[in-house]
Design a protein around this ligand. Structure first.
Ligand code: ZN
Length: 438
């Protein structure tokens, strides 16, 4: 049914869509600025409800049916800081599939070093400034304006469009996308295609991310008087031996592992581990002189990022093998290891419909080939894959990845215009291309 004639009609329709977005810069800047003015700082989760309500009103005015879904009991949820998500659905009136744009509304704290007010939504020199401009209120605005243009061209269409604003991505997404996924909101038949407008640069399609293993290692010793340490057993010295073994054996080994996943930046194509925290002995918040004790416990938190080629057993085994050997070499060395979090690496197939649609749209709008990338860190796609079991999902959004979480964060209005065009075209392909034969 998709003969030459249809393609020509298609070309005319998509040209009208692109034209409609040509002058959308002011609308994009205004909407991004409006979103930035809600200081949705996480933690603790400020201003979630008013921000969600603002998005809900915007969607209702464009014919969406809107629901607010609070994740009662999720980490951080309280009456003071409710985890309120917003989800809007617009039926096209014809049978078809559903395309969902998901953005997180939370931002990280502003931090130091700003030369502008981080929550004023300043528009200047073709940029919008503020915390969340790039990550990811600008991307959210681009998806909303793209959908608005699509609806103006096609009030009746096959399938449905959903837009959600979800909370807590910056702290793991449990009260946000994970919660909605548990309710079936990221699975067929509710949703078939998901685009997450995270800032990955406008020519890139992000297919997934590396894996994560967070764990706490505790070395154990024996308490004694600090003037007679030979009577005890110092847990901090045991931890010193652990760090030394990591330096000599583990870090060099990880640096040699390279993935075939197209991870950016290049340094993240290797396997990595960060020592996130270490603590032993007297508490840091203790005032005054310490009491003279030999510490009997030292704890370290490791943040290990692994590759799709690495089996999870190997990732853990490399660490426990070192600890077991130290237990054999060092008299009295004892340890405990506790898993804190585990996320498997993820990569959407390059020929999945949403990847092809977004890549084609990048080619048409930007006149260059889309770059397929994988993120060094995880984002909400993990919940859509694991809980929703939907593997037709990408991150695509305007905004320069390196500006996320930094002082004077900004997004270029031109990039948002380009990103909105790409999203509108991809939406068009997914909805009209997915129309079932009559
Ligand atoms: Zn983000």
């Amino acid at each position: 049914m998709h003969g030459r004639t249809v393609s020509r009609e298609d070309a005319v329709m998509t040209e009208a869509l692109i034209q409609r977005l040509e002058d959308s810069g002011d609308a994009l800047a205004a909407l991004t600025a409006a979103l930035i003015r809600f200081p949705t700082i996480n933690p603790p989760g400020e201003a979630y409800r008013p921000c969600a309500e603002f998005i809900g009103q915007w969607l209702e005015a464009r014919g969406f049916s809107v629901e607010f879904i609070r994740a009662h009991g999720a980490p951080g949820d309280s009456d003071a800081y409710p985890r309120v998500n917003v989800i809007g659905r617009r039926e096209g009136g014809l049978p078809g599939e559903t395309v969902h744009f998901n953005s997180h509304i939370d931002v990280v704290e502003a931090g130091q070093g700003w030369t502008v007010d981080p929550f004023a939504g300043l528009v200047s020199d073709g940029r919008v400034y503020g915390r969340g401009a790039c990550d990811m209120k600008g991307g959210m605005a681009a998806s909303m304006i793209a959908v608005e243009a699509f609806l103006a061209e096609h009030p009746v269409f096959p399938g449905a469009i959903e837009i959600s604003g979800t909370v807590d991505e910056e702290s793991g997404g449990f009260g946000g996308v994970a919660h909605l996924a548990t309710l079936g909101r990221f699975s067929p038949p509710n949703v078939h295609h998901v685009i997450i407008p995270e800032p990955l640069n406008k020519e890139r399609v992000c297919l997934g991310h590396r894996g994560v293993w967070w764990a706490e290692i505790e070395t154990r010793g024996e308490i004694a008087h600090g003037s007679m340490p030979f009577l005890g057993d110092c847990a901090v010295r045991h931890m010193g031996a652990v760090i030394d073994a990591f330096e000599r054996e583990l870090f060099p080994k990880l640096a040699l592992k390279r993935t075939a996943m197209p991870v950016v930046p290049d340094g993240a194509k290797a396997s990595t581990m960060n020592i996130n925290a270490i603590h032993g002995g007297q508490r840091e918040d203790h005032d005054g002189l310490p009491s003279p004790n030999v510490p009997d416990s030292c704890r370290m938190v490791i943040d290990r990022r692994f590759l799709i080629e690495e089996p999870f057993d190997t990732v853990k085994g490399e660490v426990t093998a070192i600890l077991d050997r130290l237990a054999w070499e060092r008299p009295k060395f004892r340890y405990a290891i506790r898993d804190l979090m585990e996320v498997q690496p993820l990569m959407t197939e390059a020929n999945a419909p949403v990847v092809r649609a977004v890549s084609d749209a990048i080619g048409k709008v930007l006149g260059r080939d889309a770059e397929h990338v994988v993120s060094p860190g995880t984002y909400d796609q993990k919940h859509i894959a694991r809980i929703g079991r939907l593997h037709n999902c990408v991150a695509y959004g305007p905004g320069i990845l390196d500006l996320a979480h930094r002082p004077d964060e900004w997004i270029a209005i031109d990039d948002m215009v380009a990103g909105a065009k790409v999203m509108a075209l991809a939406l068009h392909t997914l909805l009209f291309g997915a129309q079932p034969a009559k």
